[in-house]
Design a binder for this molecule. Sequence first.
Ligand code: PRX
Length: 605
Amino acid sequence: MSNPSSAIESILVENRIFEPDDRAREGARISGMDAYQALCDEADKDFEGFWAKRAREHLIWTKPFTKTLDESNAPFYQWFSDGELNASANCLDKHMGTPVESKTAIIFEADGGEVTKITYKELLARVSQFANALKAKGIGKGDRVLIYMPMTIEGVVAMQACARIGATHSVVFGGFSSKAVQERIQDAGAVAVVTANFQLRGGKELPLKSIVDEGIAMGGCESVKTVFVYERTPSAWNRVAGRDVSFTEALTGQSTECAPVPVNAEHPLFVLYTSGSTGKPKGVQHATGGYLLWAKQTMEWTFDIRPEDVFWCTADIGWITGHTYVAYGPLAAGATQVVFEGVPTYPNAGRFWQMIERHKVTIFYTAPTAIRSLIKAAESDEAVHPKQSDLSSLRILGTVREPINPEAWMWYYRNVGGERCPIVDTFWQTETGGHVITPVPGATPLVPGSCTLPLPGIKAAIVDETGKELPNGSGGMLVIQRPWPSMIRTIWGDPDRFKKSYFPEELGGRTYLAGDGAVRDARTGYFRITGRIDDVLNVSGHRLGTMEIESALVAKTDLVAEAAVVGRPDDVTGEAICAFVVLKRGRPDGDEAKAIAKELRDWVG
Ligand code: PRX
């Protein structure tokens, strides 16, 4: 698009468009649409130069790169591929000797409300010490480590420690089952697991370690030699002799210094599994250099992060959002961030608002599902309404993971943002590594329900099945037509599936297919995501393949003959799962039908 700003200005008066106010604009890195457009033009004019400049500006390289983008083996694009760096050094060591050294890196609020703070210097010592504990168990560069941890400082420490020694982490969300743990250990060939005895959520103590044990016992996990157990609670856990070690034991005697291991920019920083349209989850592989560049760059562009900010992304480290905007981005940017262990409804549904007040959060980033459920709660109970909390510290709001309906957007804008905070509706995916289409808070006029425009350097478009670009106003498939630094590199162990899923021949083999439908506004060119075009459901922002659920249902061999799964619209979760099941023993009625439905629901869960 040549110049979106003039088209947008022309309809300002007619449509409900929310322009950034002076507070958002003042001192913003990208202030006003002309500044945004200038960056887009810069990227258009000299694409590689644009990224090279930023990679040098944002990252510390132990060996500088000379080649920016290698397209010789497309779509296996490589970025900065002759350079070397360490991700952890770029998040921690680089702040030493600067004022950030003694700044709070993480404000941790536990499920029960206890608050712990840790400075950058202390975090570096913790990460180094755990890195040494990993090394003492023979874990090193290129090894895969599965992380199955609660939202805690230790979870972030485990990820950073892997990065520090060049081990590739694969975080599994703490709500996933033993089967998921087993499949991911097997697929990644993990040599170690980092877990906790229990996690605390909503006042309940939920097991983690025993689920790891169950997963490993399912077989095929012989690669795992060590299980590190963080004792989150005093409760006892079952120890497998010769394999399991508590954090305390592992850390005893380990130095708090550990030299970061330089790795090639293309070295896999992590593999994160996500649902695809077939039964088997895909191990999305990200590279160190390009990913970290984007994590840092988007902290600046999308959140306009400033030294005095208190940043809070509510995502769990088990999802990509918790990777980029908890474990890496805020640290690379030297920000203070809140890490929250619990759930938004405990001890009451005002918890988020109370925490914003308590920690003077300035940037708050959450999912539409959470907002919608908190709207419901606030409407039925004044005591948990955001107006009960002082939210005046807020400067920028964000959403991610699913389309936000304009009503929820307006509620968030008014009741949480006090009609003064821009909302950045960030569209992205596990595969994109970071934001790709999103408003820029000091520049982009906002339209509720639209993720607006691509970030500079991201060439997003809407095409038909043949790859032909469609005019604004027509719905089609969302694609990205040029590579970008934080893009998925491959599917772990399955390059063919990578090519077929994301760079299909029908689109020429070099265009990234996002898997979402989208439409651009006829006049502004703004993007609106209409939902997945493949067999993936988005339930509360969680990606679930219909085939995954169908496979789970038919795996209940004593009951189920056949199953088919579709999505249906839901007011709170966006989409709900609807399963049609043919039972082996014919159709039950009444209470029996209800009991079977419950049994199957629990089984799938
Ligand atoms: O369908 C889109 C939806 O979430 C999918 C990506 O899911 P996942 O890889 O789990 O990553 C979620 C967090 C980045 C997308 O294909 N999605 C994500 N953000 C938005 C969205 N849909 C609409 N608007 C968004 N802002």
